[in-house]
Design a binder for this molecule. Structure first.
Ligand code: ADP
Length: 402
């Protein structure tokens, strides 16, 4: 079965086509500037066909999906002989609220529930719905599956997800911790459990560290706590997001800087994190470079941004050792977790109090599956490349075949 994976944003749409016999990606690409002017980059893989990378009009998501299908089946750029070769479509959906604890076949009820959760994911859910509705209209009859970023975290106990604010906000508006990157935490924790040889009661801490970052505590394959909250703004400092701060800072800064509610949240989402501290970049590669460049005026602040980030990662790991009653494995994943040996070195060097160490030579590996556990370490330390698209494709296939 071929499965098409769609990740729709408000003006973009990323896709990957999986051949599920081999789980290989047959083609991938993205539409950009939907509703503005339109651009499509399509990359057929494995058959040496040319890449399509051009401006084309994309007034809505429907035209974007049509253009993608056109490229997938066209003679020059295609990898399929006809549309009927697509057996199912899997959609990444940001916020499933309390409605979804696993992936589901999309029907009218599911669409209504994704709509009901728009207040919790006001930017993403409407865009995800545009992708779903476009596929339903352009490919009627092809089963569609929704895979939620929040679903894996629905197993958290109440004490982990209830905020200490008036309880009626939870009752009236579903204000609570949901957590994100669930597909990634699910995948890397299950891989880690395999690497540990399975067994009951395994305790794994998964660190998804990229542009957006979150950490999860996973016991027996189930999430019991995670760092992101009702929205992805909570928890670790990130590329441009502040992560957790004293909420009183919001009013203080808004008053002093004369910022509106929208402007202050724009600062917290887009101008904070390691970008805000360093003044250099939101990209960790740039910051690591600036920090290493001792002559640079911004070098000290770049190093400070790295120190703040790495300290918070280590603090979360420490707190989840408490949550889990110990730890069997710590996993690093996503852009930074997979690639930055320096980050893994700096974080694990703060875990000596737990007897956790890494092998400095093995840690030099980049972007590949690795067991970097140090000799005599009390817990294993793994680097496991995440693959959210593959998980979405597997869920989609399993649900459609069932
Ligand atoms: P997103 O959250 O957008 O999916 P990714 O998981 O792709 O992000 O991670 C992007 C981040 O990973 C960027 O900040 C990038 O600098 C960082 N990164 C990628 N490769 C490296 C590397 N070799 N060294 C340090 N940081 C890296």
């Amino acid at each position: 079965m071929n499965v098409l994976i769609i990740n729709a944003g408000s003006s973009s749409l990323k896709y990957q086509l999986f051949d599920m016999k081999t789980e290989a990606v047959a083609a991938k690409g993205q539409c950009e500037r939907i509703g503005i002017d339109g651009h499509l980059k399509h990359t057929p893989l494995s058959n040496g066909k040319p890449v399509f990378d051009e401006d084309i009009p994309l007034p809505t998501h429907s035209e974007a999906i049509s253009a993608v299908l056109d490229k997938l089946t066209g003679e020059k750029y295609g990898v399929l002989s006809s549309l009927s070769e697509i057996g199912a479509v899997g959609h990444r959906v940001l916020h499933g609220g309390q409605s979804f604890s696993e992936s589901v076949l999309i029907n009218g009820d599911v669409i209504a529930a994704i709509e009901e959760n728009i207040p919790l994911g006001p930017l993403h859910n409407p865009a995800n719905l545009m992708g779903i509705n476009a596929c339903r209209s352009v490919m009627p009859g092809v089963p569609q599956v929704a895979v939620f970023d929040t679903a894996f975290h629905q197993t958290m106990p109440e004490k982990a997800y209830i905020y200490a604010i008036p309880y009626n906000y939870y009752e009236k508006y579903n204000v609570r911790r949901y957590g994100f990157h669930g597909t990634s935490h699910r995948y890397v924790s299950s891989e880690a459990i395999k690497m540990l040889g399975g067994g009951a009661g395994t305790r794994v801490i998964t660190c998804h560290l990229g542009n957006g970052s979150s950490i999860a505590a996973v016991k027996d394959g189930k999430c019991i706590d995670t760092s992101m909250g009702m929205t992805p703004l909570e928890g670790l400092p990130m590329g441009t997001r502040s992560g957790s701060i004293d909420p009183a800072i919001i009013e203080f800064v808004a008053n002093h800087e004369k910022l509106t509610r929208e402007e202050i949240f724009d600062v917290l989402n887009k101008k904070s994190g390691v970008l805000g501290i360093s003044g250099v970049s939101s990209d960790f590669r740039d910051i690591e470079k600036a920090a290493a460049d001792a002559g640079d005026a911004l070098s000290r602040r770049a190093q400070l941004a790295l120190d703040v980030f790495r300290y918070q990662v280590a603090k979360y790991i420490g707190s989840y050792v408490v949550t889990l009653g110990g730890v069997d494995a710590i996993v690093f994943t996503a852009g930074l977790g997979e690639n930055s040996a320096e980050l893994r070195e700096a974080v694990t060097s703060q875990l000596g109090g737990f007897g956790i160490t890494i092998d400095h030579e093995k840690n030099k590996l980049r972007g590949q599956l690795a067991d970097i556990t140090g000799a005599g370490s009390s817990a294993r330390v793994f680097v496991i490349p995440t693959n959210e698209e593959l998980v979405i494709a597997r869920d989609t296939k399993a649900i459609v075949e069932a």
